[in-house]
Design a protein around this ligand. Structure first.
Ligand code: ZN
Length: 136
């Protein structure tokens, strides 16, 4: 089995934002030379997440962020964490810091409407995403 790992940085532009990174992951997969296997997309941050959802209609990421905001308010009585970003930590754990996508014939096996998103919950700031492609 061959393993190729690559990091890249991105800059979020607002406090909460879903950034479509599908084309970047796709290019890492194509350059890896791996035809069949999987790709793990990972973010090494405690106030961000990786998720897969619809990237055809920009209203979808908007509505996901709106719903998370309602479920997990920025300020709430009872929060103890002194940084003031407890909501971002909670959202990070709810969505998780990685996704795994299967690769078949050098292409990501995503559904027609699926895209891979980096989710910012405490921006704007510079972030890192790690992609590991494994297979043959
Ligand atoms: Zn914090």
């Amino acid at each position: 089995m061959k393993i190729v790992q690559e990091d890249f940085r991105l800059s979020s532009k607002s406090r909460t934002q879903m950034i479509d990174i599908t084309s970047h992951v796709d290019s890492v997969v194509r350059q890896s030379g791996i035809a069949n296997g999987d790709a793990i997309v990972y973010c090494p941050h405690t106030t961000a997440a990786i998720t897969i959802n619809e990237n055809a209609d920009p209203s979808v990421p908007h509505d996901v962020l709106l719903t998370l905001e309602e479920l997990v308010p920025h300020h709430r009585p009872g929060y103890r964490h002194s940084e003031g970003n407890s909501d971002a930590h909670c959202k990070s754990s709810m969505l998780g810091c990685s996704e795994q996508v299967l690769i078949k014939n050098k292409a990501l096996s995503l559904g027609t409407w699926q895209g891979i998103f980096f989710c910012e919950f405490d921006g704007p700031r510079s972030r890192k995403v790690v992609i590991q492609v494994r297979g043959e």
